[in-house]
Structure formats: structure tokens, C-alpha cells
Design a protein around this ligand. Structure first.
Ligand code: FE2
Length: 275
């Protein structure tokens, strides 16, 4: 667990060193989730193919609210702080033995959230996150279209959760707790952002190069690999809302989408994608 000491570069370096030592963050499915070996092999193959990717815009239509003001009103009414509710492979500490004690994410919520959808057919152990989520499923019509678009465009076979997060402070560099494939595992849509410069960044665990996610205008969705990158976010007191969808990737849909996105965006990236 990296604390807010030193420069951003210091924190990223410490986070990368942590990731390199973490034997739970394997090139595989989430801890304690059984998946067929043919699927694991296939995702590892994609991991080899896509290892050079740091981050990548997705070649899917923009996902936007019809009425942003309506969303902002709902957000102010419904937002709830997200504190940790269980340890993860990336942060495997129980509440009472976390190295940062009362400053840990068990006590201090780095995000506000509302949850738009959760899969009723999965058990809570498989479905639910490491964070307290606030379920507004089916309460607001404005989210229905958003969820439909995520179902249609994201390369996920079985969705578990769809939610919106707003960071309320600097997010220190870290790995998420779910999938650790070297192929893209993290799919996000930037729904609304008042910042004038990019704030979310990824840093390659093995090679140490850091890149801010600087989106083109024609898409607000993007991805990176939680197995090959740590990620974090700077904070300037401005509002920013990220849609996060969790689940199990559809390997063929991943390949089709990533190949198409590379063709469309490879020359618009802030790093050289050798692929
Ligand atoms: Fe994260």
C-alpha cells in the first residue's frame, strides 16, 4: 500500500515495486474464481499479443447522458462514499492489520459511488466488489440507456457490476483487485470531466513509462491492463465521473474490439505502440 509521500514519480515507483512483489497478482482470473483452463489459456495468449498496450481509446460510439444536469442532480442526492469491505489481491490486508491503519481504504473513502446494475444471477462472492456500493438499480430511467450501451459495446461476456465512481482526492497508484490479464482488463467510460487536462494515468509495471490517458473527441471509452500497468489519478478539486463495468471478458469480442481500436487510434496515442 503506497502512502501519499514524496513526488508522484516516487509514488509510482513504489507502486510498481509493490506490484512486482505481489505474488497474488498473477496473469490470471480473480483470486478464488474458478474458470475453465481453455479460457485462461486464451486470455494469456491475448495477454502476449497485447502486452505493448499501455492504454487505448476504444472504437465504440460515445456513451453520454442525454441530460447531464439531470445526472448531476441525481448524483448529489444519491452519492455514497465507497470504503473497502473486503481485502483484494492487490491490497490483501484485513481491516485491523492494514499497514496504513485508520488512513486505509477500510476507513477513508477515496471515491463516491452509485451502482447502476448488478447481476442477480451471480453469487455475491463472485459478483460484488471490494468496495461498499450504493445500489440505485431501476430507480432512475436516465441510467437505463447507459446500461444498454455498455451491454452492447463493452467486450464482456458476463457482466457482474456497472457503477459510477467519482474520486474525491488524489488516487494513489495501484492495481485493482479483479483480473490481472496482460491483455486489457479495465474498461472505462469518462462520462463527465471538468478538468482541463488529463488526470488519470497508467504506468508500466515492468518498464516504468507513465502516460496520462488523453482521450480523442470521438470516444469517451478506453482500456488498460491491470496485469501490466498500475494506475492512479491526480486531483484538482474538479468533478469527474467514471463509468466502470466489471465482469468476465468475451475473448473473441476483446480481440475484435482491440484490433479495430489499434487501427483507428495507434497514431493518436501519447506513446509509440509497437504492435
Ligand atoms: Fe483503480
Amino acid at each position: 500500500m503506497i502512502q501519499k509521500v514524496g513526488t508522484l514519480e516516487d509514488r509510482i515507483k513504489a507502486s510498481r515495486e509493490n506490484a512486482l512483489k505481489n505474488t497474488l497478482a498473477t496473469d490470471g482470473p480473480p483470486l478464488n474464481v474458478q474458470l475453465p483452463s481453455f479460457y485462461i489459456d486464451r486470455m494469456r495468449e491475448l495477454g502476449k499479443k497485447y502486452r505493448p498496450i499501455r492504454w487505448l481509446p476504444l472504437d465504440i460510439p460515445r456513451i453520454d447522458f442525454d441530460d447531464v444536469d439531470e445526472f448531476l442532480d441525481i448524483w448529489e442526492k444519491e452519492k455514497q462514499p465507497s470504503v473497502r469491505i473486503k481485502p483484494s489481491a492487490a491490497e490483501p490486508y484485513e481491516k485491523d492489520d492494514h499497514p496504513t491503519g485508520k488512513d486505509s481504504s477500510w476507513y477513508v473513502a477515496p471515491f463516491n459511488n452509485i451502482t447502476l446494475w448488478r447481476n442477480p444471477e451471480l453469487t455475491p462472492e463472485v459478483r460484488d466488489n471490494f468496495w461498499a456500493l450504493h445500489d440505485t438499480s431501476q430507480k432512475y430511467k436516465i441510467f437505463d440507456k447507459l446500461v444498454e450501451q455498455v451491454f452492447e459495446y463493452y467486450p464482456i461476456h458476463t457482466f457482474s457490476l456497472i457503477y459510477i465512481w467519482q474520486s474525491t482526492e488524489e488516487i494513489i497508484p495501484h492495481q485493482d483487485g479483479g483480473n490481472f490479464w496482460r491483455s486489457p482488463t479495465e474498461y472505462r467510460t469518462m462520462l463527465y470531466d471538468e478538468n482541463e487536462e488529463p488526470t488519470l494515468y497508467v504506468s508500466d509495471i515492468e518498464h516504468g513509462d507513465t502516460h496520462f490517458i488523453d482521450l480523442p473527441k470521438d470516444t469517451n471509452s478506453f482500456c488498460w491492463s491491470n496485469g501490466s500497468q498500475v494506475h492512479g489519478s491526480t486531483y484538482y478539486g474538479k468533478r469527474k465521473f467514471l463509468l466502470v463495468a466489471r465482469g468476465f471478458e468475451h475473448s473473441q469480442k476483446v480481440e475484435t474490439l482491440i484490433d479495430r481500436s489499434i487501427i483507428k487510434y495507434r497514431d493518436k496515442l501519447n506513446y509509440k505502440l509497437e504492435l
